[in-house]
Design a protein around this ligand. Structure first.
Ligand code: SF4
Length: 256
């Protein structure tokens, strides 16, 4: 088979490249995908969990049941809800799980706040993207430089930007490592059914109409029946409200 035209900073076997490029995992369920990933990449495999949505908690539960030494990390932007930290503590207690916490570069944040204020994101989309870039995208890229693969809770029906999400793909923006989206074809109902059946800990804010919890100043509750992500950056008026973690500049996500 001809090697794909990919820029990969890591060296993967031909078998791994074939699994990814030939979409061999598309018919597999999340536990099968995670078992394959743990077998091939652990400990250079991490779960990226925001602790602000049920998907990451479902994946954490699945990974813990496959291998109790599996790894999880979160980005602490410095602007998270108290309920998010509370959930991290509950996860530590429930699973005896070490949570790796990644912070932004403090000098970059200090300079940004000195120049533009603490609440710069309300002034313009440019400012909001700058804040997301310094507090989320840069720490994520820095952290992922040391792993071969990571797991994300993206689902295709979350919004139009995510409709083409594949279950296993190369993330060239993150240096050509492997990104796994085991819940890509799950519905919201699938996620909550798993949460209830397995008593998975989730954010207490979900019961207060926060289906998707991000940073405190940039998230609000939504009305029944509204788009679950409409409570994120609600003052922005387009369909491309992403933080830049899951979309590149060319897709209009972060603009960076
Ligand atoms: Fe900054 Fe808001 Fe982005 Fe959090 S979500 S990094 S507070 S702009």
């Amino acid at each position: 088979m001809t090697a794909p035209a990919l820029t990969l900073a890591k060296s993967f076997s031909h078998d791994i490249i074939r699994v990814v490029t030939e979409d061999r995992m598309e018919a597999q369920g999340p536990q099968e995908i995670l078992t394959w990933a743990i077998k091939n990449f652990h400990p250079r495999l991490v779960l990226s969990a925001s602790f602000g949505g049920p998907e990451g908690m479902v994946l954490l539960d699945m990974m813990q049941k496959i291998d109790s030494t599996s790894r999880v990390f979160m980005l602490d932007t410095g602007r998270l809800h108290p309920e998010t930290y509370d959930l991290v503590d509950r996860v530590r207690d429930r699973y005896d799980q070490r949570v790796e916490v990644v912070f932004p570069r403090h000098r970059d944040v200090e300079a940004m706040v000195a120049d533009k204020g603490h609440n710069l994101f309300y002034d313009s989309q440019e400012n909001r993207k700058l804040c997301c870039r310094l507090r989320k995208v840069e720490p994520l890229r820095r952290y992922l430089a040391d792993v071969d693969a990571y797991v994300s809770g993206l689902r295709r029906d979350q919004n139009a930007n995510r409709a083409g999400t594949r279950k296993v793909e190369f993330d060239e923006a993150a240096g050509g490592i492997i990104k796994l989206n085991p819940l890509a074809d799950w519905t919201t109902q699938d996620v909550w059914q798993y949460v209830e059946e397995n008593q998975v800990p989730v954010s207490r804010l979900h019961k207060q109409n926060y289906p998707s919890v991000g940073c405190q100043p940039c998230t609000r509750a939504v009305k029944q029946g509204d788009d679950p992500r409409s409570g994120r950056w609600w003052w922005e008026n387009d369909d491309m409200r992403e933080c830049g973690i899951h979309v590149g500049e060319e897709e209009g996500g972060s603009g960076i």
